[in-house]
Structure formats: C-alpha cells, structure tokens
Design a protein around this ligand. Structure first.
Ligand SMILES: NC(=O)c1ccc[n+]([C@@H]2O[C@H](COP(=O)([O-])OP(=O)(O)OC[C@H]3O[C@@H](n4cnc5c(N)ncnc54)[C@H](O)[C@@H]3O)[C@@H](O)[C@H]2O)c1
Length: 278
C-alpha cells in the first residue's frame, strides 16, 4: 500500500492539534507534576523553541532536568526558557560547525556537564521530490542530517570521558517507509538512523547510549503547511486513526533520556499510532 505523505499537495494550512486534549504548558517556572525521572541531569535540546522540541523541553524540565534550549527562533526560545525556570536559551544554528563548541561551553558553564542531547531540529521543504534543486537538498540534509552529526561530534566525546550519556536523535517514520515526494527529507531522516546506529555501536563501551525516535504524523508548525486533505488522508491510514500529540512523543524522549532505558541503545522507535505496522 502506498503511504500518504502529509506534505504532498497544496491547500489550506492545518490548524489545531490532535483529537485528544492539548499541550498543557508548565506555568510559573520549575518542574511541576513530574516524578524526578531526570533529576540532576542537564539536557540540551535543539529546535526546542517550538513544536515538538518545546514539548520535550517542558516534559524534561517537569522531570527535573536542567534544560538548554538551542534554536534560531530567539523570541520563542527565550519565552520558553523563562517559563520553565531552570532553563536557558541559546541562539544556535545546528548547521554551523564552529558554533557547536561554543554552545557546549556555554551550556556546561551555566548548568554543568551535558548528560542528554536531543537532536530535534529539523526542516522540511514542502512537496520537493526528485526535482529538488541543489540548494533545497543542501538545506534539508544540512539541518536534518549534518546537524545531527555535528551535535553528536560536539557532545559525545565529553559524555564518553565522563562515563556516559544519552543521545536521542529525531528521525521520522519517513526514515522507515517510503512516501511520495519529500525525497531529500526522507533521505536525511534515513541518514539519522545510520548516524544513530554507528554512534551507538562506537560509544557503547563508554556507556553513551544513542537512540532514534521516528514520529509519525504530529501536527506542528512543520505540518501546518500541508493541506487538510493530505493530513486527513494520512490519518485514515493510521491504525489509531488520529495524529499524535507532541506530548506523546515527549514521553518517549523522557524515557530514552532517563536511566529507565539504561540497556537500550541503537534503536529506532516508531511513535506513530501503528502507521508503519500496516
Ligand atoms: N511534525 C511531524 O509530523 C514530524 C514527524 C516526524 C518527524 N518530525 C521531526 O521532528 C522534529 C521536530 O519537528 P516539529 O514538527 O516540531 O517542527 P517545527 O517546525 O514545529 O519545529 C522545528 C524547530 O527547529 C528549529 N530549527 C529549524 N532549523 C534550525 C536550525 N538550523 N538550527 C536550530 N534550530 C532550527 C525551528 O526554529 C523550530 O523551532 C524535526 O526533526 C522533524 O523533522 C516531525
């Protein structure tokens, strides 16, 4: 069966989230409602000013982590850091190799050694298939693929030296099954799985765990440019018959970041309502 892609086709922006509740931001600063599953940990999350990354930041702060938000969306990032309390915002483009070292120094200077890296920043060039030009290819693979490599290169050596850490790379169901269109995006996300497995087997002896998550359809700024028809068509193919909520993805990120997943490394975890099981 051909899988639909929410990014193929034009039309009106999709508004709103999934049918089940909505995000409930933590207000008033500091972790509220968590059980300390990430207590004492320092977590660096890229692309965390909005979308799923922001949900991960909230969930990790709620579980007691000190969160560093790295993004290029300054206003939203600063607002979120202020909302979370023990969090910081860092203007950072994941495609800039020189900036990564400075980011690590800044985050560790503020919070202490990085225990968790979530390589979440990602972009999509809508409806671009094999006709993608060189710039589009470079843009998508630059953020989604090279950005993940640069992040791991900057953070993993320190983790290894200190005796461990957890890296969560954000791939996609588009890394696991083919979809029409979005070929550079699919290629970049498949590469994330290669980066994940390679780093996992290389640094397992140092107790650095490296896992990937593969979200399915989650309505965020990224999918807002997809047509309503395309999103509805994809939902109809999902066994759970709905899109996912950012918080449902964050639950997996918290698990993989925490010591609860201490014997899990090198996996690609679908969070997709059963989409790839079809
Ligand atoms: N939304 C989905 O359905 C879906 C499905 C599978 C995977 N994903 C992946 O999940 C991740 C988060 O996606 P989202 O849906 O929350 O998207 P989003 O567009 O809502 O958020 C992406 C964030 O990344 C930031 N960003 C973009 N380029 C950056 C750069 N060069 N450096 C630093 N930050 C940068 C943006 O400013 C934004 O805050 C991405 O890697 C995406 O590919 C999304």
């Amino acid at each position: 069966m051909e899988k639909n892609s929410p990014w193929v086709g034009g039309g009106s922006p999709v508004g709103g989230g999934g049918p089940v509740g909505g995000g409930s931001p933590v207000r008033g600063g500091g972790p509220v409602g968590g059980t300390g599953r990430l207590a004492g940990k320092v977590a660096l999350i890229t692309g965390a000013a909005s979308g799923m990354g922001a949900a991960h930041a909230r969930a990790m702060a709620r579980e007691g982590a000190k969160v560093a938000i790295a993004d290029i969306a300054t206003e939203a990032g600063e607002q979120l850091a202020a909302e979370l309390g023990s969090a910081s915002y860092h203007d950072h483009d994941v495609t800039d190799p020189a900036a990564w070292q400075g980011l690590v120094v800044a985050v560790e200077g503020m919070h202490g050694p990085i225990d968790v890296l979530v390589n979440n920043a990602g972009i999509q060039v809508r409806s671009v298939g094999i006709e993608a030009d060189d710039d589009e290819w470079a843009k998508v693979t630059g953020v989604n693929q090279r950005g993940v490599f640069l992040g791991m290169r900057a953070v993993i050596p320190g983790m290894a030296e200190r005796g461990g850490g957890s890296v969560v790379n954000v791939a996609s169901t588009a890394a696991l099954v083919g979809m029409p269109g979005s070929i550079p995006y699919q290629a970049s996300k498949a590469a994330v799985l290669g980066l994940t497995r390679g780093a996992a087997v290389s640094y397992g002896r140092n107790n650095v765990r490296v896992n990937a998550i593969c979200p399915g359809l989650v309505v965020t700024g990224m999918t807002a440019s997809a047509s309503r028809e395309a999103v509805e068509a994809m939902k109809a193919q999902i066994p759970l018959r709905r899109d996912g909520r950012p918080e449902e993805v964050s639950a997996a990120v918290v698990f993989l970041a925490s010591d609860e997943s201490s014997y899990i490394t090198g996996v690609a975890l679908p969070i997709d309502g059963g989409f790839i099981a079809l």
